[in-house]
Design a protein around this ligand. Structure first.
Ligand code: NAD
Length: 252
């Protein structure tokens, strides 16, 4: 178990990809710290399955709340900026409040957690920063202007901090999944049906899976395994990279 003795904060880990990353890091011996919303009894069940993991229900769209949370957590060795949200709408109808929330959560929150976590990582001479980006950090789809802008932004942010931290023992990388079947994907189906005038099956097969040459959804555990790899000692020279796990989507 190569992560014994390491502390990992995974944001947005009460569901979907973040939960799978937390499970993968825990399986390698890390102490995991959860963040995200959800039903209290369900979160208690998740915590119990992860060695009585601490959980912070902090809203990461609020910079001051992030600062308070990071102060309570203290030093972490691994920071996974994963919490994210989506909204599907033509740009001229895109609600301004949704734009602001998506940029705050998908991009600005990672800036805050990173700036607050980096000093302790530098002091220890070891750290791993992993940002869940998306295939939409490399390419775009219509009606997702805020999401695509935030994910292209997190790619640039990650490269920048990788360069700044290159000689400190701290790496920074993005993981860019294609479509992973999680509540985030399920939630965007009705708006995509509306925006494109399609049925549910047409959205799944002709919009979502049409992008992925494998014609399969990526599994959350596959993303977890990639995150665990990036935390290995052997990945110490992997930094500033944006790892696709998208069934070949961005190869086209
Ligand atoms: P999800 O909806 O299953 O999980 C999102 C998590 O973020 C949950 O734990 C939720 O409680 C938390 N969260 C939401 N708003 C929050 C807030 N304001 N403050 C704190 N936590 C908040 O979604 P997912 O599909 O697992 O997505 C996780 C990440 O993966 C996101 O960054 C998403 O953009 C990215 N991603 C997902 C897919 C996909 O196909 N599902 C593809 C590429 C990238």
């Amino acid at each position: 178990m190569f992560l014994e003795g390491k502390r990992a904060l995974v944001t947005g880990s009460t569901s979907g990809i973040g939960l799978a990353i937390a499970q993968a890091l825990y399986a390698e011996g890390a102490e995991v710290i959860l963040n995200g919303f959800g039903d209290e009894s369900e979160i208690a069940r998740l915590r119990a399955g992860l060695g009585d993991a601490a959980h912070y229900g902090t809203d990461l769209t609020d910079g001051a709340a992030i600062e308070a949370m990071m102060g309570q957590i203290g030093a972490v060795d691994i920071l996974v900026n994963n919490a994210g949200m989506q909204h599907v709408s033509p740009v001229e109808e895109f609600p301004v409040d949704k734009w602001n929330l998506i940029i705050a959560l998908n991009l600005t929150a990672a800036f805050h957690t990173t700036r607050l976590a980096v000093p302790a990582m530098k002091e220890k001479g070891w750290g791993r920063i992993i940002n869940t980006a998306s295939a939409h950090s490399k390419t775009a789809s219509p009606f997702k202007s805020a999401y695509n802008a935030s994910k292209h932004g997190i790619d640039g942010f990650t490269k920048t901090i990788a360069l700044e931290l290159a000689q400190t023992g701290v790496t920074a990388n993005c993981i860019s999944p294609g479509y992973v079947w999680t509540p985030l994907i399920e939630g965007q189906i009705p708006d995509t049906m509306k925006a494109r005038g399609l049925s549910r099956d047409e959205v799944i097969n002709d919009v979502l899976l049409a992008k992925q040459p494998t014609k399969k959804f990526v599994q959350p555990a596959e993303v977890g395994a990639l995150a665990a790899f990036l935390c290995r000692e052997e990945a110490g020279n992997v930094t500033g990279a944006n790892w696709s796990i998208d069934g070949g989507w961005t190869a086209e």
